[in-house]
Design a protein around this ligand. Structure first.
Ligand SMILES: Cc1ncc(COP(=O)(O)O)c(C=O)c1O
Length: 290
C-alpha cells in the first residue's frame, strides 16, 4: 500500500506490543496511542513497546482509557491519510475493520476445531466462552461455529463494580444503538446520545462500545451475554492460578468468571479462550488477597 508509518491504539497494551513487534521486524515507524490511566496500570507493556522502538503517546482526554486512545488514533489517521496505516486492535471501527479483524482472529476457532477433533473425537464443543472488550478474541473463538446451532456461545463483558452502579463497561446489557468510532452498534450513552465513560478493572474491556458483530449476535439471541464484575474476575483468576498454574490476563479472567454463572452437564465440552497471560496484571492482582 506504500504506507511508511504505522499507528495503533491500545488498552491493555497487548495490541500495542503486537504492533510494535511487527514494526520492529519490518523496520517501520510505530506510534501507539494509549490512555494515560492505562499507561500507568499496564506499564510493563509500555516498557515492552518502547524497547521494541515504538513511540507511546499517553492520551489525557476523557477518562484516559481505550475509547480516548481510539479517538486520538482516528484523529491521527484522518490527518495523515497518505502515508499512515492504522492497525485497529479489535473488531471495532469503520467497515471493513470489524470483518477484517474477525477473519484474521478466526485462526483461533480453526485451531479449536483441529484440537477438538483430535482430543474429543468431534470438532465442535457444547459451549464456547470468551471475554469481550471490542470483541476480537471472542470473534476469533466463535468464527467457524457461528452457524452451528449445537454450539452455545457465551460472551463475558465487564460488569465493573456492578451493572447498576454506573461504574461498568457492560455495553451489551446497558448500551443503546448508536455510533462509535465509525460503527453502528450498542453504545453506553446518555439520553442526549453522549457516550458515557466506561469503567472496568481491566484495561482491555474498558470500552463503551462493542463490535457490531457481537451486538448483532446478542440481538438475535445467538449469544448469551453475561456481565462479570471486577471481584468475580479476580476470584476466578486466583482459582485458575491455583488449579492449573496458569495466571490469566485480567480480561480473560472475566471469561473464567462466567463459568460460575452457567449450569453444565458433566459430559459437556466447554472451550474457554484465555486471551492473554497475566504478567501485565500482577500488580493489580496483588492488591487483592484471596
Ligand atoms: C488479554 C486481552 N484479552 C482481551 C482483550 C479484549 O479485547 P477483545 O475484546 O478485542 O478481544 C484485551 C484487550 O486489550 C486483552 O489485552
Amino acid at each position: 500500500m506504500g504506507k511508511t508509518r504505522i499507528i495503533a491504539e491500545t488498552g491493555a497494551g497487548q495490541h500495542g506490543v503486537a504492533t510494535a513487534t511487527v514494526c520492529a521486524l519490518m523496520n517501520m515507524e510505530c506510534i501507539v496511542y494509549m490512555g494515560k490511566t492505562d499507561v500507568e496500570r499496564q506499564h510493563i507493556n509500555v516498557e515492552k513497546m518502547k524497547m521494541l522502538g515504538a513511540t507511546v503517546i499517553p492520551v489525557t482526554s476523557g477518562n484516559m482509557t481505550l475509547k480516548d486512545a481510539t479517538n486520538e488514533a482516528i484523529r491521527d489517521w484522518c490527518c495523515h491519510p497518505a502515508d499512515t496505516y492504522y492497525i485497529i486492535g479489535s473488531t471495532v471501527g469503520p467497515h471493513p475493520y470489524p470483518d477484517m479483524v474477525a477473519r484474521l482472529q478466526s485462526v483461533i476457532s480453526e485451531e479449536i476445531k483441529k484440537q477438538l477433533a483430535e482430543k474429543e473425537g468431534r470438532d465442535y464443543p457444547d459451549y464456547l466462552i470468551a471475554c469481550v472488550g471490542g470483541g476480537s478474541n471472542a470473534a476469533g473463538t466463535i468464527y467457524h461455529y457461528l452457524d452451528d446451532e449445537r454450539v452455545r456461545i457465551v460472551l463475558a463483558e465487564a460488569g465493573g463494580k456492578g451493572v447498576e452502579t454506573g461504574q461498568t463497561a457492560a455495553t451489551i446489557q446497558l448500551g443503546k444503538m448508536g455510533i462509535i468510532h465509525g460503527a453502528r452498534t450498542f453504545v453506553i450513552q446518555d439520553e442526549d446520545g453522549q457516550i458515557e465513560e466506561p469503567y472496568s478493572i481491566s484495561a482491555g474491556l474498558d470500552y463503551p462500545g462493542i463490535g457490531p458483530i457481537h451486538a448483532n449476535l446478542a440481538s438475535q439471541h445467538r449469544a448469551t451475554v453475561l456481565a462479570v464484575n471486577d471481584d468475580e474476575a479476580i476470584e476466578a483468576a486466583y482459582e485458575l492460578t491455583k488449579l492449573e498454574g496458569i495466571i490469566p490476563a485480567l480480561e480473560s479472567a472475566h471469561a473464567l468468571g462466567a463459568l460460575k454463572k452457567l449450569k453444565f452437564n458433566p459430559e459437556d465440552v466447554v472451550v474457554l479462550t484465555v486471551s492473554g497471560r497475566g504478567d501485565k496484571d500482577i500488580e493489580t492482582y496483588l492488591k487483592f488477597t484471596i
